[in-house]
Design a protein around this ligand. Structure first.
Ligand code: ADP
Length: 397
């Protein structure tokens, strides 16, 4: 089957066409600046050069039309006609408590996604615009919703409740939901394959370290805890997000900066993290350069970032009463030997040792713990698009 995977944001739309039998990417691309001047679509057919087309995209309907034109173009397209696309898989950020797995989209599903939109006001409405635009352009083609939150729905109450009045949960749905679930699921399953043991017999910690970053604890094939919370702001120090914080900081900072809640939230989401700590960049390539040149800001940001990862690994080893595998994934996890080594050197108490030669590689699946390590530590490149395509193919078969 040929599955179109769509990840739709408020002004951007990422897409990939995947052959679900061979798991090959037939073509992929990105529409940017939708609804803004200077819209552009970039499309890369497999094995060919990228084609960039600057053309007006007043809305997502036009963006989807352009995606279809790119995929079916007689000279540079990757399918003969639209009818070759068997299904569309959509990334949906928040499924609340309504969705514990991926589902075929119908009117009830759309309503349920709308019902939890106040939990992800920037993401869910944008995701639904993508769903509706595809339904319009591809009538009759089955659509599947794959939720970032679904994998974490197995967390027990003790892990997802905050220490707030219980009414905050019952009346307002305030609880830990967790995000990056598609990645945590994909990577933890792959880890079980790599060590050659049943998924439901292992204790796995996945460190998804990208611009957004989260850790999850997967025990016997089920997520039992994760570091992101009601929103993707909690947990690790991220590119520009602060992660865990004393809630009193919000009021205190508002007073000092003479701003309101919105102003502080902007600081916590966009001006904090390794960017705020370093005063340099949110990109770990810049931070590693800075660290190698002994830049104080870059060094403090990398150390604080790694320390938070170390703390979460310790917490989740305790929560699972042990750990068999630790996985690093996403942009930083796959590409930063420095971050991985800084973390692993502080896991001696778990019996972790480092294979430096293996660790000094970037972007490939590899075991990076020493032969004598009590825990298998590995780099597992994530592939959220493939995971979405797999779920979609399984549901529409
Ligand atoms: P997201 O999907 O959350 O935007 P990614 O998982 O793509 O993030 O990760 C992006 C981050 O990965 C970049 O900001 C950068 O810090 C880091 N990264 C990418 N390549 C490298 C590299 N070669 N070395 C170090 N860090 C890298």
């Amino acid at each position: 089957m040929k599955i179109l995977v769509i990840n739709c944001g408020s002004s951007s739309l990422k897409f990939q066409l995947i052959d679900s039998e061979t798991e090959e990417v037939l073509g992929k691309g990105l529409c940017e600046r939708i609804g803004i001047d200077g819209s552009v679509i970039g499309f890369t057919p497999a094995g060919k050069d990228k084609i960039v087309n600057t053309t007006p995209m007043p809305d997502h309907n036009r963006a989807i039309e352009l995606v279809i034109e790119a995929l079916t173009d007689p000279s540079t397209g990757v399918v003969g006609s639209l009818s070759e696309i068997d299904a569309v898989g959509h990334r949906i950020v928040h499924g609340g408590e309504a969705f514990t797995s991926s589902v075929v989209i119908n009117d009830d599903v759309i309503k349920a996604i709308e019902d939890v939109s106040d939990l992800a006001p920037l993401h869910n409405p944008a995701n639904l615009i993508g769903v509706r635009a595809c339904m319009k352009a591809m009538p009759g083609v089955p659509m599947v919703a794959v939720f970032d939150t679904a994998f974490h729905q197995t967390m027990p109450e003790e892990a997802y409740l905050y220490g707030l009045p219980y009414k905050a949960y019952t009346d307002y749905k305030v609880r830990r939901y967790g995000f990056h679930g598609t990645s945590h699921s994909f990577v933890s399953k792959r880890a079980a394959d790599i060590v050659g043991k049943p998924y439901d017999s292992l204790k796995i910690i996945v460190c998804h370290l990208g611009n957004g970053a989260s850790v999850s604890a997967v025990k016997n094939g089920k997520c039992i805890d994760t570091s992101m919370g009601l929103t993707p702001l909690e947990g690790l120090i991220m590119g520009t997000r602060c992660g865990d914080l004393d809630p009193s900081v919000v009021e205190y900072l508002a007073g000092k900066e003479n701003t309101d809640i919105k102003g502080v939230m902007n600081i916590l989401n966009k001006q904090s993290g390794v960017f705020g700590l370093s005063g340099l960049s949110s990109d770990f390539r810049d931070l590693e350069d800075g660290y190698n040149k002994k830049d104080a800001g870059a060094t403090r940001a990398i150390m604080a970032f790694a320390y938070r990862v170390v703390k979460y690994i310790g917490a989740y080893a305790a929560a699972m009463d042990g750990v068999d595998c630790i996985c690093f994934t996403a942009g930083v996890g796959e590409n930063s030997p420095l971050v991985r080594k800084t973390v692993m050197e502080r896991l001696g108490y778990l019996g972790v040792t480092v294979d430096d030669e293996a660790n000094n590689t970037r972007g490939k699946e590899i075991r990076i713990s020493g032969a004598d390590s009590k825990v298998a530590v590995m780099v597992v490149p994530t592939n959220e698009e493939l995971a979405i395509a797999r779920d979609t193919a399984a549901l529409v078969k």
